[in-house]
Design a protein around this ligand. Structure first.
Ligand SMILES: CC(C)(COP(=O)(O)OP(=O)(O)OC[C@H]1O[C@@H](n2cnc3c(N)ncnc32)[C@H](O)[C@@H]1OP(=O)(O)O)[C@@H](O)C(=O)NCCC(=O)NCCS
Length: 163
């Protein structure tokens, strides 16, 4: 069983389209709309490839035995301040196998190679699996912020890792 990261590719579109359409993927992420648009995956990949080329952000497919199983991005990069954020999701059939923990560790190594000095991440308080993933990778909590939803009040926690 081998996990790996590789640059996102057009061939990932059918997998992203299927997996990201699940509300359980969208509900805790800021950037995945629900319902997921018809050409959502293709648009996302085209934009990610352009941004990679321009060194704006870096989006990877996460794979298990060469099968697509998720996405992780290093984004909101400030080259001047030498910091960036990470965002990630793992397709439902692959949850609880250590895949996100592995992917976050890999992207930390990648960020170090880019000479970045700080990574931040955000997770809703109800998203215990994501918080576990960050704590296992030695991120620490910096602040928790009230995030107003339509008829609910939820809390968004901010994490940081110094490289
Ligand atoms: C969050 C997410 C990426 C985790 O992916 P994953 O590959 O299943 O994560 P891992 O297997 O590496 O680790 C999950 C950890 O959470 C723990 N966990 C799972 N469900 C849990 C729960 N309900 N309460 C507490 N911990 C839980 C697991 O036991 C594991 O911790 P452990 O290794 O100490 O046992 C995945 O659930 C996901 O894609 N969720 C939807 C999108 C999302 O939330 N993205 C992150 C936005 S911040």
């Amino acid at each position: 069983m081998a996990f790996a990261l590789r640059k996102i590719s057009i061939e990932d579109a059918p997998y992203i389209q299927e997996y990201a359409s699940d509300v359980r993927i969208a509900q805790y992420t800021a950037s995945i709309p629900h319902p997921y648009p018809e050409n959502g995956a293709l648009d996302f990949i085209m934009s990610a490839l352009k941004n990679w080329e321009d060194n704006v952000d870096y989006t990877f497919a996460i794979t298990k035995d060469n099968q697509f199983c998720g996405v992780i991005s290093l984004f909101e990069i400030s080259w001047d301040a030498q910091r960036a954020s990470i965002g990630y999701w793992v397709a439902l059939p692959y949850w609880n196998q250590g895949i996100a923990t592995f992917a976050v560790n890999e992207i930390i190594q990648f960020a170090r190679k880019q000479n970045l000095k700080e990574i931040t991440a955000r997770a809703f308080d109800a998203n215990m699996p994501s918080i576990r993933v960050l704590l296992k990778n030695k991120f620490y909590l910096t602040r928790t912020q009230i995030h107003k939803a339509v008829c609910d009040t939820v809390y968004l926690s901010h994490f940081k890792l110094k490289l």
